[in-house]
Each structure stands twice: as C-alpha cells, then as structure tokens.
Design a protein around this ligand. Structure first.
Ligand code: GTP
Length: 392
C-alpha cells in the first residue's frame, strides 16, 4: 500500500483545502509545547496569517481502550496486528489530516491516564474549537468506569460547546458474538442516556457505533463522524442522487482514496458489504498502480486523472471506479445491462465532476476571503502594538 498524506501543522499544508470551521488559534497558547506533542513530530501552531481553520476531532477514552490504534489504522495504514506493540500515549498528540479537498481536520489523541479536569488543563479551550468528540469504550472490558468518565466528559464539553457531535465507539467488538454485540450496545446506550436524563441533560444526543480495527467497521464509523463535519454534505448527496438517477446506477460513493473514508453517498441505505467491496476495490487499484503503474510520480499516491477501474462481479453487477479529484474517487455499482450505456454514464460523470469542482471553487473563495480578513486583522493588530510601543 502506498503511504498517505498526513501533513504536520508546521509542514506542508493544503491551505486552501480546509473546512470552514471555527478554530481559535490563540487558545492554543494555553498549552506548553511539552503538553502538545506527537511522535510524528507534529508540533507547533498554525500560522495565524494562513486563515486556515480546521475542525478538531478529539479521541478520548480510558487507557488501552484503543484510541491510538484507531488513529494509526485509519490514517497511517498500520496493520491491526502491529497495534499490539503501540506504547501508551503520554502526551496530547495533535495531528493534521489533509488528505482531500473536503476531508481536512485535526485529530487530538488524549492519553487515557490524563487527568483532564486538572485545573492546569484548559478544557474550555479544548472543547471550544471541537467539531466532534469520539469517546472510545473497550467492549471487552468492564465499562462502568468508562461510562462514568463519558458522562463527565460529555457534560463538561456540552456546557462549553453545545454544538459538539458526541460519537461513542463501542470498540474491540471483534471478540464478541453478534448477539453479544447488540446486547452490549443496548446496555451502554441505555446507561449513558439514563445518566444524562438523571442530570437533566436529555437534549444531548449521543451517536453509537460498534467498531473494531480488525474489519471495516472502524472506517465506516469514522466516515460517518467526518461526514457530519463537512458543510457541503447535502450538496454532495444531492449531486450523487442526480447522477445515479440519470445514469441507471444502483449506488455511488464518493471516497477519500487515502483514508478510505467515504465522504458522501446517495440517499439509498448503505450496507456494510457494499462498503467493504468499495474499500477492497480501492486497495486493488492502488496496489496494482503501486506495482505496475508510473514509478516516478514522486508524490506518494499512484493515483491521477487517468485512474479508473471496472470489475465485473459474478452477480451481474459491475463496479466502476473513476477519479474525481486528486484525492477523491467515485465508486459505483451498476447492473450489467445498464453498464452497456457506459457512454451515458461517462458523460453524466463528467457533468458531476464539473459540479464538484464548482462546489470546491466556492469553498476556496470563502477560504481566501477569510485569509485576507485575518491578514488585515493581523496587520491592524501589529500596527496598534507598534504605536503603543513607540509611545512607550
Ligand atoms: N481486539 C482488539 N484489540 C484492539 C482493537 N483496537 C485496539 N486494540 C488493542 O488495544 C490495545 C491498546 O490500544 P491503544 O491504541 O494503545 O490504546 P489507547 O487508548 O491509545 O491507550 P493509551 O495510549 O494508554 O491511552 C492494543 O494492544 C491494541 O492492539 C480492536 O479493535 N480489537
């Protein structure tokens, strides 16, 4: 597999490829450098002039619940077995993920043992700029303490920022039977919501996912978390609906190729098997391209505007993958008889691609305006400081 692009804050940034979310850079100063760190060397703060704002996703949960493993498997292509050797995280690890035009965010991995309500930790600052809080519960362990911690975290976070999406990963379900999984989910769901109701906070919505790094469930859950942070999602879904209904397509996904997160799909329901097939197809395309494709691309992923693949399944369905942007691919399921009109599908795809480009252009413009604004604010601030200094 090829590597993917996780750019360091201070390193290369796709600066016009960020989501329009609030992020208060000044707040970061509340942390000392030793508190904010990461083994990948992801350290430092965003350039205040860049105007770049990224939604923040927090990974929280008790020690050894699987937070770092999730991050490594989804964003670093680490194989699940290798996570057995991961060391315990002892610092807040902050990482910028800028793998596609639409998927761009920061992940903050919190060490399990951290006493995060210690007065020296500015939890208000942490929650204020947060888009989603993922709380990981180890389903193979006793979860009473995890639920207590979840309640504490959610209630505090909600008070600071009621717009946070609370996403609960009931994790490591690979060790459980199907019945057991459902039972655990029901129990955790009930207890967590009862605790909130007892505290008079029934308006807080918690979303639950059964996850494991040993199958595709973790990618699917992360897809849903990320989708909620994409402001253009309804537009993308609408475009996909129009595209499939005019092309005789059964189902279409828009994938971030690197992370295999699907950032949008049409409005028909998603089943796990379909999603898994898409992931497998992306793997095949990238693996084959890595081995037999152009060698000297220099830019990591062997994926470009020529990338496409057709796989005929043995159940009269055809899978069709095509490049949409540098980082995105469309994967569709088409019946064999509909695929005979491939010319029509390709023409409609061309229109779809142009429409996506337009959505993207609007966002770039918004981003540039924001950058300009923050530059002006910055220079005003420097001027004021200069005047003050001179008068001193
Ligand atoms: N069976 C199973 N084990 C998992 C899964 N995810 C993680 N693990 C294992 O759980 C152990 C702890 O994982 P970590 O990712 O280090 O946990 P953490 O929450 O980051 O731990 P701290 O850094 O101490 O907070 C490792 O041995 C992983 O291999 C999973 O989905 N299934």
């Amino acid at each position: 597999m090829s590597g993917h692009k996780v750019s360091a804050v201070s390193g290369e940034e796709e600066e016009d490829e960020a989501l329009g979310y609030y992020d208060d850079e000044d707040d970061l100063e509340a942390f000392s450098e030793s508190e904010l760190g990461c083994e990948d060397g992801v350290l430092g703060f965003n350039d205040p002039l860049s105007g770049e704002v990224k939604p923040r996703i927090l990974l929280m949960g008790l020690r050894r619940s699987g937070k770092s493993s999730i991050q490594k498997v989804v964003f670093h292509k680490m194989s699940p077995n290798e996570t057995l050797f991961l060391e315990s995280t002892n610092k807040i690890c902050r990482e910028d993920v800028s793998s596609s035009s639409f998927v761009s965010f920061q992940i903050w991995d919190f060490p399990g043992q951290i006493d995060f309500f210690d007065p020296t930790f500015d939890y208000e600052m942490i929650f204020r700029g947060t888009g989603a809080l993922i709380f990981v519960i180890d389903s193979q362990d006793d979860y009473v303490e995890a639920l207590r911690r979840l309640h504490l975290t959610v209630t505090r976070a909600y008070k600071v920022n009621p717009d946070i999406n609370f996403e609960i990963f009931i994790h490591k379900v690979d060790g459980l039977s199907d019945d057991h999984k459902i039972e655990k989910q029901r129990d955790i769901h009930k207890r967590a919501n009862d605790d909130l109701a007892d505290a008079g906070l029934e308006q807080i919505h918690l979303s639950f996912y059964l996850t494991s790094i040993y199958d595709h469930s973790i990618f699917e859950a992360f897809s849903k978390v990320v989708q909620k942070l994409i402001p253009q999602l309804p537009t993308l879904e609408n475009l996909l609906n129009i595209f499939i209904s005019n092309s005789g397509i059964e189902k279409a996904f828009l994938f971030d190729v690197v992370s295999k997160i699907y950032i949008a799909t049409d409005s028909s329901p998603v089943d796990m098997q379909t999603y898994e097939l898409c992931c497998d197809m992306i793997d095949v395309v990238i693996d084959i391209s890595c081995i037999y494709g152009v060698t000297d691309s220099g830019a990591g992923l062997p994926y470009d505007e020529e990338s496409m693949a057709i796989i005929h399944l043995n159940n009269t369905t055809v899978m069709y993958l095509k490049e949409v942007t540098k980082f995105l691919a469309m994967v569709c399921f088409v019946r064999r008889e509909s695929f005979e009109r491939k010319g029509l599908i390709d023409y409609n795809f061309h229109c779809f691609k142009n429409a996506i480009q337009e959505v993207f252009d609007v966002r770039v413009k918004v981003q540039q305006n924001r950058k300009l604004l923050s530059q002006r604010r910055w220079s005003k601030l420097s001027m004021t400081n200069g005047v003050t200094n001179n008068s001193n």
